[in-house]
Structures are given as C-alpha cells and as structure tokens.
Design a protein around this ligand. Structure first.
Ligand code: ZN
Length: 274
C-alpha cells in the first residue's frame, strides 16, 4: 500500500499517511480540504493563516487536525514560507510559534527540523511539494516546502544536511515522504523555469522536464525532482516514498492554487517525534 488516506475521529477529517514512517516513533500526517470550518474558497479545512481566511476558522481547523492526529496543538510550530532554502532548527522555546498569529511564525523559512519530542512541525501547501523527513537512528524530524523555487534550491537536501550538522543524521538513515503536490500532468511552466532546472540538474533534467504542446512551455515534475535530489544526496531508494497524487487533478480532495485560480486554502504536512 502506498500513500493513503485514513478516516479521522471527526467526520470528514482525513489523515494522509505514508508507510515509511514507523508509527511508534513518529506521528505524521497530511490533511485534505475536508472536515473543517472555513467557507467559500477556503472550504473547509484551510490550515493557512496567511491567505485572508477568517483566523478563528483556521485556528479551529488546526485544533481539529491536531486532535485527530493525536498531537498537542499548543506545541505546534509553523513558519512564514517564502520559497527560500532556509532551514530553522526548532526547540521547545519555539513551541506555539505561529499557532494563532501568522506574524509570530518563524520568519523567512521553508523547512523546520527538531530532535525534541512532542513538538509538531507543520508547513502549508497548495500545489507546492511537501517533503517530510525522519531519522529513526538519531531521532530527528524535518519538513520542507518545495515549490519550484525551493526545489531548484534543493530545499529537501538542505534540510537533511542541517539535520546532519545538528543531530548527526546520515543520509542513508533518512526516511522521506514526498506528498501530494501538482503533478507533471498539470504543472506547466515557462522556459525560464525549465531552463533553471536544466542548468541545476543536467544529470536528470530529461526525467523531470517534458516539452508541452504549447511552444515555449514544459511540464515540470517536482515529485521526481525532489526524489532525485534526495537520491543524489545519499538517501536510499527504498527510503523514499512518493505519494504521486496531483493536487490539481484531485482538487476535490486537496487545495490547488492553480486549479482554484489562486484564491484557495492550504493543506498541512506535519511530523512530530514521539
Ligand atoms: Zn494533474
């Protein structure tokens, strides 16, 4: 069984699960758009505070999602994602950052890591690629935001490198889940984006960029780009699980920036060391 959704306790709340992360050591989950309090474009489990949704609804959505996963909502740590390759080390002093107020989230950061237990790390997505990582040997976790900009800057690899510096994580011990994100079926990009990927990853450019029928356009495969970067960094093939779920094709289930025309909510990708 590959990436799958399991029913939460709350009606219509679903928990997206990889098989790669041992449940006795890590709690992880990816949300869907169902089972929350938000209305209209954000209907209904929008977890992002920065998208002009009613903050009270977002907070209630976060509380419900955390409760269904069995993590302490009050300890949640989030960041202000800016399509950078910046990774922040999280400690218990950061608990609750960005919980109910976006301004208090960790600034200028697109990946979070920790080796402390019971601190759920959560990032937000609508088409960009969630990459969840865990090191069962050194007991550390990380989560990264891989849009095209973060992916071209190798955000997932930067995350495991920082886990190495801070916690002694070795790439061969890393377990990685690449979550639902816009797929190569739908993610059309212009020539300047395609060229950045060709320049940065000549060794696998052919696998991640397909010419589109429209002149000057290509389809970009962010799932595979992130997986190939992790492999090149020494993560084992059998330790990488790719959901392979396109958020635009499955817009009924997940928020999609492109399929929803820009105004939409955010799913969350969360991991917590037990
Ligand atoms: Zn698609």
């Amino acid at each position: 069984m590959s990436f799958h959704l399991i029913a939460g306790d709350t009606p219509n709340i679903w928990l997206g699960k990889f098989n790669i992360f041992p449940e006795d050591m890590f709690i992880h989950g990816i949300s869907t758009r169902h089972g929350g309090f938000s209305h209209s474009s954000y209907s209904s489990l929008n977890l992002g505070l920065h998208v002009e949704d009613d903050a009270e609804h977002v907070v209630n959505n976060r509380i419900e999602f955390c409760r269904n996963l069995g993590v302490d909502y009050k300890a949640l740590v989030t960041c202000q994602q800016v399509h950078s390759a910046n990774v922040a080390k999280v400690t218990r002093a950061d608990k609750g950052k960005g919980l109910e107020n976006y301004e208090e989230a960790i600034a200028n950061t697109d990946a979070l890591i920790t080796n402390e237990a019971n601190i759920p790390l959560m990032l937000f997505f609508a088409d960009c690629t969630p990459i969840i990582m865990a090191d069962p040997v050194h007991k550390a976790v990380g989560v990264a935001h891989g849009g095209w900009k973060g992916t071209v800057k190798s955000i997932a690899v930067k995350t495991i490198e920082m886990m190495g510096q801070e916690y002694g994580t070795r790439p061969e011990d890393v377990l990685a889940g690449i979550g639902p994100a816009i797929g190569p079926c739908c993610y059309q990009v212009g020539e300047e984006v395609a060229q950045q990927f060709r320049d940065s990853f000549p060794e696998f450019a052919d696998e991640i960029i397909e010419p589109a029928s429209e002149k000057g356009k290509s389809y970009l495969n962010l799932w595979q780009a992130n997986a190939r970067q992790l492999l090149a960094a020494g993560v084992l093939k059998e330790h990488i699980e790719v959901a392979g779920v396109c958020t635009a094709c499955h817009n009924q289930q997940f928020f999609s920036y492109r399929a929803d025309g820009g105004r939409t909510g955010r799913i969350g990708a969360l991991i917590c060391l037990k």
